[in-house]
Write a protein that binds this ligand. Structure first.
Ligand code: ADP
Length: 556
């Protein structure tokens, strides 16, 4: 920070303290350091964190930022690990953390929606609905239950159930504009309109998109659609064992999604992605820097019963509907792999069996039981224990179980609870190009990216997420030892290369980390220019999240 900026920043902080109170600003110390990091290799250092408690406080902070021309970067919870967490594109931003605004303001059972503030988490909403409105389900991501429902939706994150396209399920936003006014999109309740949270388009230009992956406002409240609990539910595990079946299996899954047979996410992982979740059962931390050799990979897949590709989906409806869908699924998919359907009662029995076996592992009968289990189900007990977490995710029940992969290269083992990969110095980055949902597009991206993992000596970890029946995300994880500068440099170089390669092939990321935001829209100059014009009209001092998604440069 230069002296001129420092004095402006200090003057702004003095005024903001009068708004939120001294305790609601962090400028240094342990609490600052805990929030200022991410799992990605290098982040820009924020100047501080401020925690407003109301929309009025957010408005006042924005006005002060304009007066002193300091930049703000809003986050809801800041658990966006691997994409930058609670850090900005440029150093010196004041991070506006909205976690104290965490009220569930309304739940409408009849119309299946809620109105929430940005600090409401998946865990909180899920518990609240279970206790008060058990006939409604919310969606979840496979990341932390501490993530913000609104933050993820604004970032166009994806979940697991048929309501997994989170931005698509936002309806009715309240935002503080970069000049401090409060506005409601669409059929705003302030005009007496009754459809703010039920009619997404309202009347006139549709503007909600302005607040997604952008820097045009701070969203302080939103309507969010919920899923009526289905009459019955079944999860599906579909495993593809041979290379030649991967592309046809994906095409068959698309056909099922287009027909509406599969309406949930089609959440898939390659063998390495599953092995990384299981790493604590096999990884020798002293050899952590080496990627798995082919022999090691084969041996581990065999030991745990991990397939080449594993897909998880959910079926939701009346029992008759589910029966019909199961037979359609078998008809389309059984030629390409193995299918296992699980209902709640079946999963409860399996869970009981697994608990018994794991507590009796050291006894003779327990050891024989575990072997028998492996033979019958084709999975080791450790791997099968992932099943209930996956089954529940498809019902929108969050878990931190899957965050374990972030620790696969870390010197610190994942704690039993309270996982926080940024705090625990895990090295993790994501590259997430979106592709048209065909096996052929998948093959192009996989074959273009996998050799670069080999080149940079990293384990090729790919998962797939359904955006809609016509588009998929090929989400690639890069895991590295953060304390090792050479490995971190390789991870960074690999990430850069993956961005270059996929963009050159015409596949844009469905979301991006702050480190790759600056040049993000360079390949679409006309679009970038339009976004800049909008930005200047709405934020003449460029105080709000400058540089976010490549829009508007930093203005110190
Ligand atoms: P989560 O904690 O669920 O991962 P974050 O709070 O990290 O979500 O939000 C992800 C990104 O979305 C943030 O970096 C931020 O730029 C943007 N964002 C989050 N909440 C808001 C909000 N209320 N208004 C505007 N932008 C937001």
């Amino acid at each position: 920070m230069d002296a001129e900026f420092s004095s402006r920043f200090e003057a702004a902080i003095a005024k903001i303290k009068q708004v939120v109170g001294e305790k609601q600003i962090i400028l240094k110390g342990e609490a600052f350091e805990e929030r200022a990091g991410d799992t990605s290799p290098k982040v820009q250092r924020p100047a501080g964190f401020v925690f407003p408690a109301s929309v009025e406080e957010v408005q006042a902070i924005v006005k002060v930022a304009n007066e002193f021309k300091i930049s703000l970067w809003p986050v809801s919870k800041g658990k966006n690990w691997g994409y930058g967490a609670a850090t900005a594109v440029h150093a010196g931003a004041l991070i506006v953390v909205l976690e104290r605004m965490n009220r569930i303001l309304e739940v409408n059972e009849e119309l299946a929606y809620t109105i929430i503030e940005p600090g409401v988490t998946y865990g909180q909403l899920n518990t609240y609905l279970k206790e008060n409105h058990p006939h409604l389900w919310t969606d979840t991501t496979d990341s932390t239950p501490e993530g913000s429902v609104l933050g993820n939706a604004l970032e166009r994150g994806l979940g697991e159930t048929p309501y997994g396209d989170h931005f698509a399920n936002l309806c009715g936003l309240e935002a503080v504009m970069p000049t401090g006014e409060r506005v409601c999109t669409g059929a705003s309740p302030s005009t007496g309109a009754k459809t703010w949270t039920t009619h997404k388009w309202g009347t006139g230009p549709y503007l909600e998109g302005l607040f997604s992956q952008s820097n045009f406002g701070i969203v302080t409240k939103a309507g969010f659609w919920l899923m009526p609990a289905p009459e019955s539910f079944s999860s599906m595990l579909f495993e593809v064992h041979d290379e030649e079946h991967v592309v046809p299996a994906l095409n068959a899954l698309r056909r099922l999604a287009l027909k509406g047979v599969i309406r949930s996410n089609i959440h898939a992982g390659n063998n390495n992605a599953i092995l990384m979740i299981l790493h604590s059962y096999y990884r020798d931390y002293s050899k952590k820097s080496a990627p798995l050799t082919k022999d090691e990979q084969d041996h581990l897949c065999n030991r745990f019963g991990v397939a080449l590709w594993t897909f998880n989906c959910g079926l939701y409806g009346a029992p008759q509907e589910i029966r019909a869908w199961k037979s359609l699924i078998k008809r389309e998919l059984s030629a390409h792999g193995t299918i296992l359907f699980m209902t709640d009662p079946k999963m409860a029995i399996a869970q009981k069996m697994m608990t018994w076996l794991s507590t009796h592992q050291t006894s003779f009968i327990g050891a024989v039981g575990a072997k028998l289990f492996r033979k019958v189900f084709g999975k080791s007990l450790e791997y099968a224990q992932m099943g209930p977490y996956q089954h529940n995710l498809l019902k929108g029940i969050p878990t931190e179980y899957f965050l374990r992969y972030a620790y696969c290269k870390s010197a610190n083992a994942a704690p039993a609870q309270g996982l926080n990969p940024a705090r625990d110095h895990c090295g993790e980055m994501w590259h997430a190009p979106a592709i048209p949902f065909t096996g052929e597009h998948f093959k192009i991206v996989r074959d273009a990216c996998r050799p670069w993992y080999e080149h940079y000596r990293m384990d090729f970890c790919m998962t797939l997420l359904l955006i809609n029946p016509r588009a998929l995300v090929t989400l690639m994880g890069i895991f590295f030892v953060k304390e090792d500068p050479e490995e971190t440099a390789r991870a960074n170089a690999l990430h850069k290369k993956l961005c270059e390669v996929t963009l050159a092939l015409g596949y844009q990321p469905y979301r991006a980390g702050v480190a790759s935001m600056p040049g993000l829209l360079d390949s679409a100059p006309d679009y970038k220019e339009l976004a800049h014009r909008l930005k200047l009209a709405l934020d003449p001092n460029l105080i709000l999240a400058p540089g976010r998604y490549g829009v508007a440069p930093f203005h110190p």
